[in-house]
Design a protein around this ligand. Structure first.
Ligand SMILES: C[S@@+](CC[C@H](N)C(=O)[O-])C[C@H]1O[C@@H](n2cnc3c(N)ncnc32)[C@H](O)[C@@H]1O
Length: 214
């Protein structure tokens, strides 16, 4: 997603339903207004950290992405809001490098739609362990791989009919690249991360949520 046109198409798409769901899941995980420092991995054009910063007026967020065109759109989105611009730091770094967690340990680890992009999904879970303090909230949401190509077509018909070609094919590729709930459970077990809830949270998304052990 380092191509400026692709980043713009992504930023202009309407992800309000899934991004709103992410914020709702975070509020359920952290019912009191979150006032710590969060790390958002693969923040893209920034809609989720912006929504969380608005919902939690004392939160500070380090939002990391490897694609500069995405970060340029994110910076532009808060340019007119001094409060948000002061509380969200946009950080260009590759996950899982150390530059992707500059203020560790964090009080919350967030990520939406990144897991299936990583060549090795264990990178995300290792980074979560290294970046989170004991007791940190973890919320990772991603697409879930449908059972078969027919099910992929049904998700595309329900959620991407009429979408621009670049988004439609990104979405299709992502559905095939995504993991199932059972595969993510296996990833967590292999990473030694215990106590997380893993399950479907919509017809096309799974989520991992919980608190890192004290
Ligand atoms: C599908 S977008 C999701 C963006 C955002 N989280 C959202 O929900 O709208 C995935 C993002 O992950 C970023 N990304 C993928 N692999 C990465 C890596 N290894 N390091 C840093 N960013 C990465 C891409 O640049 C892209 O912005």
């Amino acid at each position: 997603m380092g191509d400026p046109a692709q980043a713009r198409a992504y930023a202009e798409a309407d992800f309000s339903e899934s991004n709103g769901l992410f914020v709702e899941l975070f509020r359920r995980l952290h019912p009191a207004s979150f006032a710590g420092r969060a790390l958002d991995l693969g923040c893209g054009p920034g809609d989720i950290p912006i929504r969380i910063a608005r919902a939690c007026p004392a939160a500070r967020i380090d939002a990391v992405d490897g694609a500069e065109p995405m970060l340029a759109l994110a910076r532009a989105a808060v340019a007119d809001d001094a409060d948000l611009a002061a509380r969200i730091r946009w950080i260009g770094a590759r996950i899982p490098s150390a530059e992707a967690m500059p203020a560790r340990p964090y009080d919350a680890l967030l990520s939406n739609s990144l897991l299936h992009h990583l060549a090795d999904p264990s990178d995300l879970w290792r980074l979560a362990r290294e970046a989170g303090r004991p007791g940190a909230a973890v919320l990772v949401m991603d697409l879930a791989r449908p059972a078969d190509p027919g099910a992929v077509d049904r998700v595309l018909a329900a959620h991407a009919a009429g979408a621009p070609e670049v988004l439609w094919s990104d979405f299709r590729n992502s559905l095939f690249a995504a993991y199932t709930v059972d595969e993510v459970r296996d990833q967590l077990a292999a990473a030694g991360i215990e106590g997380m809830t893993v399950g479907m949270v919509s017809d096309r998304h799974l989520a991992v949520s919980g608190i890192l052990p004290w």
